[in-house]
Design a protein around this ligand. Sequence first.
Ligand SMILES: *Cc1c(COP(=O)(O)O)cnc(C)c1O
Length: 413
Amino acid sequence: MPKLQSRPDPAVTASLPYGRQSISEEDIQAVIAALGSDWLTSGPRVGEFEERFASMTGARHAVAMNNATSALHVAMLVADVGRGDRVLTTPNTFFASANCAAFVGATPDFADIDPVSYNLCPASLEQTWGSGVKAVVAVDYAGQPCDMPLLYQIAHARGAVVIEDACHAVGGGFEYDGRLWKTGGHPWADITVFSFHPVKTMTTGEGGMLVTDNDAWAERARRLRAHGVERRNFVGLGAGDDPALNERGPWYHEMQELGHNFRITDMQCALGISQLSRLDAFVARRRAIVARYNQAFAGIPWMVRPGVIPPAKSKHTSWHLYTLKIDFGALGKTRTQVMGELRQKGVNTQVLYIPVHLQPWYRRTYGYGVGKCPVAENFYKHALSLPLYPAMSDREVDRVISAVEELRERGGR
Ligand SMILES: *Cc1c(COP(=O)(O)O)cnc(C)c1O
């Protein structure tokens, strides 16, 4: 039986991180087996991981890469986003959701978030639209899916593609039209990207996946992750009728476009395959911890628990983060003081996210500033993410709950 617990690590049991991988003995054996095989990189485990991941989501194609940032970059390339185009996304995200547009010379721009789900707000997306928008990057914050059917309708009516950044949402889904749709397998995203960074729902160390139903895009994504090398559909070397220059033996390949080295290794995919077999258990444990937090924090006036709006439902959400909105004023403490008090009790918290449009590079490069996305800016002022990972025991969850409840008793008004 695979175990959910990580190997015992006294430093970690004493102090709870906000997120942490769960590595089992089976995971370790799988990686060791890969190390002893003929392949370290781009071997048979890459294809096997891709096939299993595609079937888990219900997507036609899955293309594994060295991280999700690369997968977002490739998503921009296959969707033909480039210079002169605008890409709309949410400021409440990790930089990569917006940086991918800048990587290809497009302009990242930001619509505001919904005040309940903290996901891209459809009405704000429409208001911010303007001209030249080629793509929308919709981020499933904390694992809660965006309103993908509505975002897709808005984007497609205006000729833009939809890329779902589901880095937080591996293994999640939502209910729509009377049925359950898996993230990555529903028809309201042209491409979906997942991350396997250790803090995410399942890990390959570093790693990412691009999934799509578009055959041509999947094929091009595979090419772009390996230097743009083509092994069929040749155009030739421009050698006229020189037979030796035109000979196309088994060595022959062509670079028809500029690609990257975004390959993932067999060792990482061995870990991915092993982790994928426990994904349902990881997600179930995350949901149980979220339910325990939600129950404990009900009725506390100085905080807002994570809100869920349709088509998302808590029971289908994979819950990467548990983020509270805290009224630090009512507690009479700054966020720094609150984090310090919690840390003293072995509870490490995190602030996710500083609005991306306020980052110095974004302000300097695009002239964005405070006031552009007031809901996201207000959310940032109050956000605090508590520890959430599958290996947390109920006792550890209760330790976090007590530490949070005691914030008020310790000198709050
Ligand atoms: C983690 C994350 C990424 C980047 O993932 P990497 O695999 O670390 O490159 C992108 N977007 C979001 C929302 C993330 O949380």
